[in-house]
Design a protein around this ligand. Structure first.
Ligand SMILES: *Cc1c(COP(=O)(O)O)cnc(C)c1O
Length: 494
């Protein structure tokens, strides 16, 4: 029997239960062998605040964030050596601009010499946002920027510039029974009525892909197209917050009718074909540890309506970051970024990346943990209200207790994003205002962990779930009334 015939008769590798990674370890970091006692003692010294706990002592998986925590490929490490640290117009700048056009579309062409500055580099996402909202705030008073879900720093930067952020989450987002794949979508009806009543006060309409605040849920191309067309009907520029553009495109390919046979690269270009501009933190799908930028469609609606703003943006860049051709990044970081953008849209990478997140989430759900479904692209969320349901005792900050135990007992670092992180305390009345959702998030860094590491995370969470009746609440011993209190507060078990 010829080899090919026999091979064809076997079950394909993709149908086996344990997936093989589309990469191999190039170099590894050895962990230090901290014991449970050492972790526990150190976490107590940190007031049970996982942000203040030394990363070096995380002996399991560090799932505090997927931002800037990517493991770079050997091609990126090689690209670092080609970095050019010249003050003006370093080699990587031109390489990056070519890659931006290849990845996102020719329309993001940039030529400052012809007075068409369309590319603005910054050192990460939030200074980019600050620059954009600073220049937009000069357009008038009483402005509003709608989104399918602004990221927290985006929202904070909008507010800091006296503009009102509005989140038009999809109706299915917080419906735990809904299995809608595209829970990240914007609510089109609410956008339509907001535009009818307030279009004069809306300088841009934003869509975040994937919807980080909404649990990393994807946005469909149909929704992007509809939002863009509504915005354009009112002559309002349409922007993407593009941090996880490739992960979003992968969901479109898998789940949206008509896209199964398109490549991710084609889907990405279609997503961006509707945008008049985008802001991006490259710490996510740039596959680098630092970087950000703002890119405008050459001659698009944004530059037509606000022709004075590109120059104002350039001035802010020079004032706060440096020469526009490096924008707060080193030349070597720019080279690593140009290389990272080539990898992130490749399908074996994305299939494994999203598959890893899905397998962790589905594995947790199968053993009975209260996971938010469907599972998004970069993290798994546990619902702490459901986790402690039926245990008889009220725990205001049970998510904080959970993350402390997970770190001390099992060495994994997750983060509470719920009653403590998003709640507000009024010291006058002693009242806590609680947010809509009470989650613990397990964010999965890119190219960093193996399947067995993540299975251990699920088992550890389950071990705590079995003991949930006995898990105490925490008292806040410092910082309950502070803004952004979850970064600074201290706790003790009650
Ligand atoms: C991370 C993030 C940002 C901010 O980027 P930083 O690089 O962390 O400043 C903005 N929007 C979204 C959706 C993000 O995930």
């Amino acid at each position: 029997m010829p080899l090919a015939e026999f091979v064809a008769s076997l079950p394909p590798s993709s149908e086996l239960l344990s997936p093989v990674r589309p990469y191999v370890n190039h170099s590894v970091e050895l962990k230090l062998p901290y014991t449970t006692d050492e972790r526990t003692k150190r976490l107590e010294e940190a007031g049970l605040n996982v942000f203040q706990y030394p990363a070096e002592m995380v002996t399991g998986c560090d799932m505090l964030s997927d931002s800037g925590t990517t493991t770079m490929t050997n091609r990126q490490w090689a690209a670092l050596h080609l970095g050019d640290e010249s003050y003006g117009s370093n080699r990587g700048y031109f390489e990056l601009l070519r890659q931006i056009q290849t990845t996102f579309g020719e329309q993001f062409a940039n030529d400052p010499a012809e007075n068409r500055p369309n590319a603005f580099l910054f050192h990460q996402g939030r200074p980019t946002e600050d620059a954009l909202f600073t220049v937009l705030s000069g357009l008038g008073s009483d402005l509003t920027i709608p989104s399918n879900g602004h990221f927290d720093t985006t929202e904070a930067n909008i507010e800091a510039n006296h503009i009102k952020p509005v989140n038009l989450f999809s109706k299915s987002l917080h419906d735990i029974k809904s299995n809608d794949t595209f829970k990240g979508n914007m609510d089109i009806e609410r956008l339509s009525s907001l535009l009818e009543s307030s279009h004069d006060r809306i300088p841009v309409v934003y869509v975040t892909v994937t919807n980080n605040t909404g649990g990393g849920q994807p946005v469909s191309l149909e929704n992007i197209r509809n939002v863009a067309s509504l915005a354009h009907k009112h002559e309002i520029p349409f922007f993407l917050d593009a941090c996880r553009f490739a992960e979003n495109a992968w969901f479109i390919k898998q789940h949206e009718a008509g896209y199964a046979n398109k490549s991710v690269a084609e889907i990405v270009r279609e997503m961006f074909s509707y945008a008049d501009g985008f802001t991006i933190s490259f710490k996510k799908d740039g596959l680098v540890n630092m970087g950000g930028g703002l890119f405008l469609r050459d001659g698009g609606l944004f530059v037509q309506r606000y022709p004075q703003l590109p120059d104002a943006l350039t001035n802010l860049q020079i004032l706060k970051e440096g020469h526009p051709t490096y924008g707060g990044m080193s030349g070597r970081d720019i080279m690593a970024l140009a290389e990272g953008l080539k990898t992130v849209t490749t399908e074996p990478y994305l299939a494994h990346r999203i598959g890893q997140v899905q397998r962790l989430g589905n594995g947790m759900a199968e053993i009975g943990l209260p996971v938010i479904t469907p599972i998004g692209g970069h993290a798994v969320y546990l619902d702490m209200n459901r986790f402690f349901e039926g245990t008889g005792a009220d725990r205001l900050f049970g998510g904080v207790s959970f993350t402390a135990l997970l770190l001390a007992a099992y060495g994994h670092r997750a983060v509470e994003l719920g009653n403590f992180a998003f709640g507000k305390y009024d010291p006058q009345t002693g009242k806590e205002t609680l947010p809509e959702v009470n989650f613990v998030r397990f964010a999965i860094p890119r190219l960093r962990y193996e399947e067995t590491d993540l299975r251990n995370v699920a088992e550890s969470a389950y071990a705590l779930y079995k003991m949930r009746n006995g898990i105490p609440d925490v008292a806040v011993t410092y910082g309950r009334e502070l803004t952004l209190r979850h970064f600074k507060a201290r706790f003790a078990f009650k």
